[in-house]
Design a protein around this ligand. Structure first.
Ligand code: NAD
Length: 497
């Protein structure tokens, strides 16, 4: 029997007549029915969030009270961690081990971090202006207002928690729209938020397809900011909607991240880590190291080790703790990945392993695809340029550092990159030359609440996390104070009166 989920608007759970089925991608079974927002629910959420910001308590609470609420949400996530991990794993297909050790605790810790740091991050700054102007200024950070948060299906709870924790810590009210493929964990979070007793209207969560809800939400004048994570295609549409009523935007978009493995790298560390960097969450990661460049003298050894280990990665039902790769999120996503692999092979890529739908009873009704390794990738190929968002590693070799940098930077995207070398001075130098917002050296995928994260070029603009990410959800006000000894500033006698 599938569970029923309602929307969360103005402090109430609201069931709608229109319902949508949510599928478990491991076996194709329906696991839940979720209410879908129509025009009345969008209107209700917009008005509730606006009223809650303009007249409600949330933006007016003391910072200490705000902090207490956020800590309660964090604790609520920790208290329901195993239940949330199960739901996230069943809904997305990500292995339960990943949901348990990564997504859920990280979501809780993000609320905790912004609760504990909001006072520090919001501290007003006093500025001394040049001596002869005899003026002082104070810079203060205010909440922006009503924020729409739109999140993708690959890390539904985690990315929503990043955005919610920052937006709420800054004093905004919000409307969250999850992907209609994966709305369950954030609707569970709504229950935690409700139990924490947040003022009504501060958080509103509505479900529905982006193409149906997007324009109404993103072009409305009651909205002050949109924080979006998703594809470039949808990102561009949102920029258009937002232009109808000038809004602040942050855009976390796609990626085609590069790993550079130099000949002095610890080969075992590089191989093992890069397997994770492309196969975790079935490769459905915006920062997936989907292009791996290996120095020519170690290329053959690298591909032999990488391919041998890729073949050993265990596919299975996402709820099995032994599973290392679960199904892709949907049949549509699987078809897209298969088409990319087939096209790459036609264009001359060498299929080193995978490339097929696994056979067997366990995989019959799910959206599984084998971990795939392609060699001899060239920069002209579509798979070099476009985001696949699946378990497909693309390997090529380079000769010399200049070529490595050129290949890595040869992309419209600029989200992340990684460097594998024992020479840390060289790594710092190369890091300065890489056109990407995050560079990992001898590691991968480390996100810290203290560190701002965000891409360059077509990977978007704005940051998430850290002080800089948090400040995206604020507006900066300056107050200038005359301090002339006479008490008469220039403006008061300019006309000679
Ligand atoms: P998507 O762009 O299809 O959808 C993202 C969200 O936008 C969903 O909630 C969807 O319902 C909504 N949406 C769709 N059409 C809309 C419209 N017209 N107006 C408003 N909202 C609309 O992306 P996806 O398939 O869910 O996720 C995969 C993409 O997300 C990949 O491109 C990936 O790189 C990107 N991503 C980026 C980051 C990052 O931090 N840069 C992180 C995760 C995912």
């Amino acid at each position: 029997m599938a569970d029923d989920y309602s929307l969360f608007i103005n402090g109430k759970f609201k069931e709608t007549r229109e319902k949508q089925k949510v599928i478990n991608p491991s076996n194709g079974e329906v696991i839940a029915q979720v209410s879908v927002a129509g025009t009345p629910e969008i209107e209700e959420a917009l008005q509730a969030a606006r009223d809650a910001f303009d007249n409600g308590p949330w933006p007016r609470l003391s910072l200490k009270e705000r902090k207490e609420f956020l800590l309660k949400i964090s604790q609520g996530i920790f208290d329901h961690a195993s239940e949330l991990a199960g739901i996230e794993s069943q809904n997305t297909g990500k292995p339960i081990k990943e949901a348990t050790f990564m997504d859920i605790p990280s979501a809780a810790k993000t609320f905790e971090h912004f609760a504990n740091n909001l006072e520090k991050y919001l501290e007003a700054e006093k500025i001394e202006i040049s001596a002869e102007t005899k003026a002082g200024a104070k810079l203060t950070r205010e909440p922006i207002g009503v924020v729409v948060l739109i999140v993708p299906w690959n890390y539904p709870l985690l990315i929503a928690s990043w955005k919610m924790a920052q937006a709420l810590a800054a004093g905004n009210t919000l409307i969250l729209k999850p992907s209609s493929l994966t709305p369950l964990s954030v609707l569970e979070l709504a229950k935690i938020i409700d139990a924490a007793g947040l003022p009504k209207g501060a958080v509103n969560i509505i479900n529905g397809s982006g193409s149906q809800l997007g324009e109404a939400l993103c072009s409305d004048r009651r909205i002050d900011m949109i924080s979006f994570t998703g594809s470039n295609e949808v990102g561009k549409q949102i920029v258009n909607y937002a232009s109808q009523a000038v809004k602040k935007l942050t855009m976390e978009l796609g990626g085609k991240s590069a790993a550079i493995v130099l000949k002095d790298a610890d080969l075992e560390v590089a191989v093992n880590s890069l397997l994770c960097a492309i196969f975790l969450n079935q490769g459905q990661m915006c920062t997936a190291m989907s292009r791996i460049f290996v120095e020519d003298s170690i290329y053959e050894k690298f591909i032999a080790d990488f391919t041998a280990k890729a073949k050993r990665i265990k596919l299975g039902n996402s709820l099995d703790f032994e599973t290392q790769i679960g199904p892709l999120v949907s049949e549509t996503q699987r078809k897209k990945v298969i088409a990319y692999v087939e096209k790459a092979v036609k264009q001359g890529a060498k299929l080193l392993c995978g490339g097929k739908i696994p056979v067997g009873q366990d995989f019959k009704n799910g959206f599984f695809f084998e971990p795939t390794v392609l060699g001899s990738i060239l920069s002209e190929m579509a798979i070099f340029k476009e985001e696949v968002f699946g378990p497909v590693a693309c390997l090529s070799k380079f000769s010399g550092i200049e070529e490595a940098i050129k290949l890595a930077n040869c992309s419209e995207f600029g989200l992340a990159a990684s460097l594998w070398t024992k020479d840390t001075a060289l790594a710092e130098d190369l890091s300065n030359r890489l056109n990407a917002g995050t560079i990992w050296v001898n590691t991968y995928g480390m996100f810290y609440n203290e560190l701002p994260y965000g891409g360059f070029k077509q990977s978007g603009f704005g940051k998430e996390l850290g002080r800089e990410g948090f400040l995206e959800y604020t507006r900066l006000k300056n107050m200038v104070l005359d301090r002339s000894e006479s008490g008469k500033p220039l403006v008061s006698y300019w006309y000679g009166f």
